[in-house]
Design a protein around this ligand. Structure first.
Ligand code: 1HN
Length: 379
């Protein structure tokens, strides 16, 4: 019996609430309602699922379709008026909380050369993954970072942050990732605009990388006790090299290929308290096995092409496409090339799942670890 069939079987047997309505009970429920109470057995099966049932649906956002619309927003609104000029990813199952999947928000932000977006700070933690352009920068608490394609930047919760593109640059697009839906669900969100609208650059440009970006080395006499990584920028070059070296030393995971987590160099842990991120390399011809785990995951294809099967649906992706894997959804990734590797950037709420003791993982046991495809790739 498969895991799902077994769960359905268990759902039908004893131990679950199974009280039929009678006129007497219905009258009783009405009385309870007036006292702002309710009988647990009327809601128990709904609020205590046997296993996670995500409201999010798997979605693939194709960059080839989105890009022109993102660029069109430049003529329609200014960063001054819009605050941030962003087209956000709207999961059909999560419309009411503007989430891309689960409790994670994501969007595509565009800026033209010479534009600036003012400094603000909020309780939400944020990250950016650079998609295209030249001359983009972010300033986080006075630390200015220059940005290139496939660079990964943090703007952790509580930090002042602003962005811009140098006047001699090219139009820039990057993906934002935030935990706003989670912070709002926890009713813990604050937001502030910088009193001067912009920060002074208080340190040498890219000093975060100079201090904290050397592999295996830690600067002397520089204390750091904040709950997020002091390395605000993770560059594509060293990340890709690290994955290639890793690939020479190990087979990697049958599910994920060669996956490395971006880490806080002080703690070795996730980059931020609520959002973790990784880059994974799928060797040429790699066909991962299916598994599922708790947590919500958003991928961006940093390199190559291939497909993923998510809960039986096939999604064909190529560079810059974005897709999500909802909590507890079966998923497997396949590199579509026999000669080139493929790389997937991913961010998730894994740190939350781990810290709260809610992380669970399961391998797909049937069909040699591969899901039957119920819905083939869309045309
Ligand atoms: C934000 O601060 C940024 O700093 C982008 O670029 C998107 C979406 C919701 C709330 C804050 C940014 C955001 C955001």
């Amino acid at each position: 019996m498969s895991n799902d069939t077994y769960d359905q079987y268990r759902e039908s047997v004893a131990g679950r609430a199974d009280v039929s309505d009678t006129p007497e009970l219905l009258a009783y429920y009405r009385q309870l309602e007036q006292l702002k109470t309710g009988a647990l057995w009327t809601v128990a099966n709904k609020i205590e699922p046997w296993q996670p049932k995500s409201q999010s649906v798997p979605v693939l956002w194709r960059y080839a379709e989105l890009r022109e619309h993102v660029l069109r927003s430049v003529a329609l609104v200014s960063p001054e008026k819009a605050g941030r000029r962003v087209i956000y990813l709207d999961n059909p199952g999560r419309r009411e909380v503007s989430a891309a999947v689960g409790w994670l928000y994501s969007g595509l932000q565009v800026m033209h050369p010479g534009e600036v977006a003012s400094a603000h700070a909020h309780s939400s933690s944020a990250l950016r993954f650079i998609m295209e352009g030249r001359g983009a920068y972010t300033i986080v608490d006075g630390h200015k970072m220059t940005l290139e394609a496939n660079d990964f930047v943090l703007t952790p919760n509580g930090t002042w942050h602003e962005h811009g593109v140098e006047a001699d640059g090219l139009p820039c697009i990057w993906q934002d990732g935030l935990d706003i839906p989670l912070v709002n669900a926890l009713e813990a969100g604050f937001y502030a605009v910088h009193p001067d609208l912009h920060q002074a650059v208080a340190h040498p440009v890219d000093d975060a990388v100079a201090l904290w970006g050397a592999p295996g080395l830690r600067p002397q006499d520089v204390g750091w006790n904040r709950p997020y990584s002091p390395l605000f920028k993770y560059q594509w070059g060293p990340t890709y090299e690290a994955l290639q070296r890793y690939a020479r030393a190990t087979e990697g995971s049958p599910f994920d290929g060669l996956l490395m987590h971006y880490t806080n160099p002080v703690s070795g842990g996730h980059v931020m308290a609520t959002i973790g991120a990784s880059m994974q390399l799928l060797r040429p011809g790699f066909a991962g096995r299916a598994h599922r785990h708790t947590g919500s995951f958003i991928y961006q294809v940093a390199k190559g092409h291939g497909h993923s099967i998510i809960d039986g649906q096939r999604f064909d992706w190529k560079e810059r496409d974005i897709f999500c894997v909802p909590s507890w959804a079966w998923h497997e990734h396949v590199n579509g090339s026999a000669s080139e590797d493929a790389c997937l950037f991913c961010f998730s709420d894994l740190p939350v799942m781990e810290k709260l003791g809610l992380y669970r993982e399961e391998a797909y046991a049937e069909h040699h670890g591969h899901q039957p495809v119920i819905t083939p790739a869309a045309a």
